[in-house]
Ligand binder design. Structure first.
Ligand SMILES: [Zn+2]
Length: 393
């Protein structure tokens, strides 16, 4: 196995506190060998963290990023295939693990007609066809730490049963082909399909769990869920058949309350959709997850707001940082009034300062979650958070 995952013993035994590590022989230097879970991965656009230079991104990354093939296929010929550099040097990713996946789940996709031989990716440059061999060639050029097997993505929440079954079957077929391909030291994650059909989600997970040389799982289609409860039911159907000793990544869990609920259902890895959405809306994350009650009495007082809309003129003369006590570069050096000014004057720096704060705060949220798991207060802290922020997703 290229990846190793170890669950730690914790007081609330049904929950998961994990340690994800690269195999010792993995030929990387300067990359942290161990990631504590639950945590999040930073999803990139064309290998770049939105709004940030590589050096700034390095300061706020949790240590792991995802690059999507469909972003790289926009241009013909594909620039990285024309380059002498591997992905780490091409994208200037110094210290993070790289996950290479095919499709950016945050993008709306129109119907496509995949076959078992051809994957069709919808890019801003048009529809691109890609064989599995071409996907593997791209991966071998990028040399990620983790490769996500191709999956047959769906077009919406209510596809027909036949279409969902085809998606499950085609995804398993591609997984088997990836397992047989020469992918070197890359860890392999398998995507679980099934959309809204719980029996198909269970079938996809059961079949995938029987495959050897799979290091972990990606839960897909969750953003199609029509309600919070449906999303949790879909997660449960997928997670149930999985071996406990392999990590599970879920894309597009929409907010902190849903993250806490998903952790309770057995998810280990999330993405950066929430801090990016907040940034694009001109908002700073401001909620506080209190952690063990013995170390914080803050949440028992009036809770902080969940977010600050920096467009609001109330911040015009506010010389305080975005969030008191935050150690991010933005909060150490700049004020709410300055970020408000940048937004009003439509300066790009507004998004830079906001994403720095929002990614760091998102990382702090997960660090505190791990603290509560370690101390045995997760369920209590989760309930306290929900009472403080009942309207937050
Ligand atoms: Zn900050």
């Amino acid at each position: 196995m290229a990846l190793q995952f170890q669950l730690q013993k914790i007081p609330e035994a049904s929950l998961r506190l994990g340690r994800l590590s690269l195999r010792e022989s993995a030929p990387k230097t300067g990359v942290a060998r161990v990631l504590e879970t639950p945590t999040f991965v930073v999803t990139t656009q064309r290998g770049t963290v939105p709004h940030l230079t590589a050096d700034n991104a390095d300061q706020v990354s949790p240590g792991i990023v995802t690059i999507f093939a469909e972003h790289l296929l926009e241009y013909v010929p594909t620039p990285i295939l024309e380059s002498d550099l591997d992905g780490r040097r091409f994208f200037n990713i110094k210290n993070d693990w790289i996950i290479f996946d095919v499709r950016d789940p945050s993008k709306e996709h129109k119907a496509k007609d995949h076959s078992k031989k051809i994957y069709r990716a919808e890019t801003s440059g048009g529809v691109r066809q890609m064989t599995l061999d071409q996907y593997v060639t791209l991966a071998r050029k990028i040399r990620p730490d983790v490769l996500v097997a191709l999956s047959d993505d769906l077009n919406g929440p209510m596809e027909s049963k036949d279409r969902v079954q085809k998606s499950v079957s085609c995804t398993l077929h591609w997984l088997d082909q990836i397992r047989e391909a020469d992918t070197g030291d890359m860890g392999i994650l398998a995507t679980l399909k099934g959309a809204h059909l719980l029996d198909q989600r269970k079938h996809s997970a059961e079949q995938t769990a029987t495959r050897e040389a799979v290091d972990g799982f990606v839960l897909d289609d969750l953003h199609f869920a029509p309600s919070a409860q449906a999303q949790l039911d879909w997660i449960s159907a997928s997670v149930g058949p999985l071996p406990s000793a392999k990590p599970r990544l879920a894309y597009l869990i929409p907010g902190p309350n849903r993250v806490l609920d998903s952790i309770d259902k057995g998810i280990d890895l999330f993405d950066s959709a929430y801090p990016l959405q907040m940034t694009d809306a001109g908002q700073a994350i401001a909620f506080r997850f209190s952690g063990p009650p013995s170390t914080s009495s803050e949440a028992k007082v009036t809770p902080a707001p969940a977010g600050l809309d920096l467009h609001d003129t109330v911040f015009k003369s506010d010389m305080t940082p975005l969030q008191a006590g935050c150690s991010c570069l933005t909060c150490r050096k700049y004020t709410r009034a300055y970020v408000h000014h940048l937004l009003v004057t439509k300066e790009m720096l507004a998004s830079v300062l906001l994403i720095v704060h929002n990614l760091q705060t998102w990382g702090d949220f997960f660090a505190k979650i791990r603290g509560t798991l370690q101390e045995g207060h997760f369920s209590q802290a989760r309930e306290q958070f929900r009472q403080s922020y009942p309207d937050l997703l």
